[in-house]
Design a protein around this ligand. Structure first.
Ligand code: ZN
Length: 289
């Protein structure tokens, strides 16, 4: 390769690189933001564990930020909290480097096929074999280091959500089973639904304790108090939508009825969320859907 070509290409690539911020969560445990979704790294000189990997276009910048952490080493283990691109963008790079990629079995199944969301036509390409999770589970597991992980089987966001718990630092990663800001994406095409959002949050309440730092894929660190408030809010909305479903109403009527009225000031416009949530009731509760 000619040296001049590198000289020209480098500034351009640099201009596009995202800014990855890091914050310490506990001993050898860091939160990295800016890669497209929250990422957690547990450092160790001969083994780093990561939870989620950001978007693929940010994988290089994220890898550099992880390598720059104190006491960092090679990434040996990567968790995918679910199949979405904001979580699985480092799979190819780390899979090629020989890392163990852990996911709930349903996540692997989604990553093996092309997916098109019916509500907006967005397309997702299946991952190359090397990028797919190579260690899957159905229920729960524990790493040698004591890190515990388990299936959030309520279908809060997809049908393959997992949590990862770091007991030493009392940190719980929950992916998109809880949102730190804004209304969640209700991905009913791959199994998520409004009832599952409530169920998933209740499950998180049983895994976390009063002092646990709960890390969502989007937004700031949450506490058990925040989760309780979310259970209340989504439970209220779920009940209202259920009543409308039982009266034979449709998604547009549900949006017009403003079932999230008292939360809009804090949470923003809920229309998209309400529409998807109502459709998710159809997917789950209507026998003929
Ligand atoms: Zn997601």
């Amino acid at each position: 390769m000619k040296a001049t070509a590198v000289g020209l290409a480098a500034p351009f690539a640099f201009a596009q690189a995202p800014k990855i911020e890091t914050a310490q969560l506990g001993d050898n445990l860091y939160l990295l933001t800016g890669a497209g979704g929250n990422v957690i790294a547990r450092t160790g000189a001969d083994s780093v564990v990561m939870v989620d990997g950001g978007l693929a276009q940010n994988a290089g910048a994220l890898a550099q930020a992880v390598a720059a952490l104190p006491n960092s080493g090679p990434v040996r283990t990567l968790f995918n909290t679910h199949w979405h691109p904001e979580q699985t963008g480092s799979n190819e790079k780390l899979g090629m480097a020989g890392a163990t990629i852990i996911a709930q079995e349903n996540t692997r199944l989604w990553l093996q096929q092309n997916i098109t969301w019916p509500w907006n036509g967005q397309k997702f390409k299946k991952l190359a074999k090397i990028a797919q999770p190579n260690k899957t589970f159905y229920d729960k597991g524990t790493l040698d280091s004591g890190i515990r992980y388990g299936y959030i089987s309520d279908a809060a966001h997809t049908d393959g959500d997992l949590y990862v718990y770091f007991p030493q630092q009392n940190v719980l990663a929950v992916g998109d089973a809880a949102y730190g800001q804004g209304w969640p994406v209700v991905d009913w095409w791959t199994g998520g639904w409004i009832g599952g959002i409530v169920g998933g949050l209740q499950r998180i309440q049983t895994v976390a304790n009063r002092d646990t730092k709960i890390i969502p894929a989007v937004g700031p660190v949450l506490s058990l108090t925040d989760i309780a408030a979310q259970v209340e809010m989504y439970g209220t909305i779920y009940d209202r939508l259920n009543q409308m479903l039982n009266k034979g109403r449709g998604p547009s009527e549900a949006v017009e009825a403003k079932p999230a009225k008292e939360y809009e000031a804090k949470m923003g416009n809920p229309d998209e969320f309400i529409r998807r949530s109502f459709e998710s009731l159809w997917a789950y509760l209507s026998p003929d859907a």
